[in-house]
Design a protein around this ligand. Sequence first.
Ligand SMILES: Cc1cc2nc3c(=O)[nH]c(=O)nc-3n(C[C@H](O)[C@H](O)[C@H](O)COP(=O)(O)O)c2cc1C
Length: 258
Amino acid sequence: MSRLKDKLSLSSKYSQQNSPFLIQTTGTTIALNLSEVRMKTLIVYQSNYGQTQKIAEKMEAELKLSMKTDDELDILELSKHQSLEKINYPVDRIIVGTPVYTSRFPKQILKWMGVNSELLKSTEVNFFTVSLNAADPNPSARKADDYLLLKLCEQSSLTPSFVASFAGSLEYTKYGFIIKFIMKRISRKAGGPTDTSKNHEMTNWKMVSDFVSAINKNDVRSEFYFQNRFLSELNPQLNDSRYQTRVKDILSGRPVCS
Ligand SMILES: Cc1cc2nc3c(=O)[nH]c(=O)nc-3n(C[C@H](O)[C@H](O)[C@H](O)COP(=O)(O)O)c2cc1C
């Protein structure tokens, strides 16, 4: 549907309302009811410790609740060593979910976006990141989250419609000795949980539902809309001119130099 919307230059006002829309071609008027247009959604994610998977599956469940009879939904998990294939069927909307490890995204996610760049460039794309950082209310952590999302845009050369940074989990019981030690130190520094005898989930599930709802309604007023997050007056980083230039370059599709 997004490609159709692009072609016809439908305004977000009409797409939000799902109202019958009149297209005037030479001499003919066609009535198109957007609520009857079939929608194919794909959720793609990688998850080494399971929390990104839980979030992706919650999104799948929420999307299923609002699906119309003809709509389709696929969910694809990327694993570390799997060979990557091009998606060879049409998709209207893609949600890419990636965890953050040592301030980076897993290579497979970036590779998958590279392999499928043609499809992604012609489709509505939405990003979500999962990290510990997102649980930290400090302004410096918020800034780091913003930069992570911008980095994902730069590395994929894509401009997403909706974006979210979700707090993940500390899976102490799954970590080896060294990772457990490092994660405990990082968590202590950020004021997070340090009891390594159990795991600590920090995900705000309402935020996950709100993100799906914003995507579903194409709610351009929502906090998850890329431009609201990065160009909003509420974002104190507006003072940083380098940051703003980056955002504008991403929005205009120009290559970004970091
Ligand atoms: C080895 C490792 C490195 C991590 N590095 C970061 C990091 O740089 N920044 C951050 O905010 N969170 C970091 N985290 C936390 C993860 O992003 C968080 O645990 C997330 O829930 C992982 O997603 P997953 O469960 O889908 O693998 C790291 C976790 C691990 C295990």
